[in-house]
Design a binder for this molecule. Structure first.
Ligand code: DGY
Length: 321
């Protein structure tokens, strides 16, 4: 009988995913959910055939070079794979898979929560209840910004961007978008394409950032582009922190150039720029985009589908390198 492949798993995974791992592989699990250093991951993976990391693990070129020679495949528990140097993996002949598709709806739902939460001052409102400082209903108190019928710009019209657009149409929003390539008309569904992001920005009462992190997209929302947004615009980010220049966004929130922002992702998370905490017009969530039981199970199963395919000598359902 062939021995089951050995998999080093860097984080504690949902029970159903770990059960499937135990059934089909010889996994090394992380019951305490300890956050391993890169050196600990490299050491822990000794003698393993596969690595199952998360976005919290940095697997840069140096780490790839130091991975045990036995590692032939990396199946990340995430759609984003900027934490892995895929070129270094290609050079070493390590196959890499990710989990696209299964977290589209959960992430688009969080984008809607951020849009509404930022527009309506949800966290301030909730604070008044929790701190028992709600005096009484008032015609001019705690006024937010209307969302229904406004213009939404989407930066990055991939799966998640399109799912945000679909939800926003139910709010009668007019959709503008910028994407590297224009979508076919059937997928555009009336959304207005802008070949340059700068052309789109003046049309955004709301802006949703949905592009992956890359050298081209990082730093996208900087002071120059914020200035192109209408005064009082609202920005939400469910993609990756580095797409936003934190200092520029915080300055725009404090000056009132932007009415509000809703953020689920941050540079350096969980150690976010502390100025966000005191920006009352920022609605802040701790990277909850894919955090539903259903979605986290589906992500784990997709990572295992990638491993199953690899060890069966078949193409990975979601291969990035
Ligand atoms: C991913 O899969 O890249 C997400 O950021 C996890 O929520």
């Amino acid at each position: 009988m062939q021995t089951k492949p050995r998999v080093f798993v860097t984080r504690k995974l949902p029970a159903a995913v770990e059960a499937r791992l135990e059934r089909d592989y010889r996994p090394i699990l992380n019951a305490q959910d300890k956050l391993y250093s890169t050196a600990e991951t490299i050491a822990g993976a000794a003698g393993c055939d596969a690595l199952l990391p998360c976005p919290t693990d940095k697997i840069d070129a140096d780490a790839v070079a130091k991975l045990p020679a036995s590692i032939r495949v990396i199946a990340t528990f995430s759609v984003g794979y900027e934490h892995i140097d895929v070129n270094a993996c290609k050079t070493r002949g390590i196959v890499v898979g990710n989990t696209p598709g299964v977290l589209t709806d959960a992430t688009a739902d969080i984008a809607m929560l951020l849009l509404l939460g930022a527009a309506r001052g949800a966290s301030n409102g909730e604070q008044t209840i929790r701190t028992n400082t709600w005096s009484i209903w008032g015609p001019t108190s705690m006024l937010g910004t209307h969302m229904t019928g406004k213009r939404l710009g989407i930066y990055g019209m991939g799966r998640i961007g399109q799912a945000v657009a679909k939800r926003a149409r139910a709010f009668d929003m007019t959709i503008h978008y910028h994407n590297r390539t224009r979508l076919p008309a059937g997928e555009e569904q009336g959304a207005i394409f802008h070949a340059k992001a700068e052309e789109m920005l003046p049309h955004c009462d709301f802006l949703s950032i949905n592009a992956p992190s890359s050298p081209e997209t990082n730093g996208f929302l900087n002071a120059r582009r914020i200035a192109m947004l209408p005064d009082g615009a609202i920005v939400v980010n469910t993609a990756r922190g580095p797409l936003v220049d934190d200092e520029a966004l915080i300055a725009a929130l404090n000056s009132g150039k932007l009415a509000a922002a809703g953020l689920d992702v941050y540079t350096g998370e969980p150690n976010i720029n502390p100025a966000y905490r005191s920006a009352k017009n920022a609605f802040l969530l701790p990277h909850l985009g894919s955090a539903t039981v259903e979605t986290r199970n589906a992500m784990g199963f997709r990572a295992l589908d990638n491993l199953d395919a690899f060890f069966a000598g078949k193409p990975l359902p979601s291969r990035v390198a």
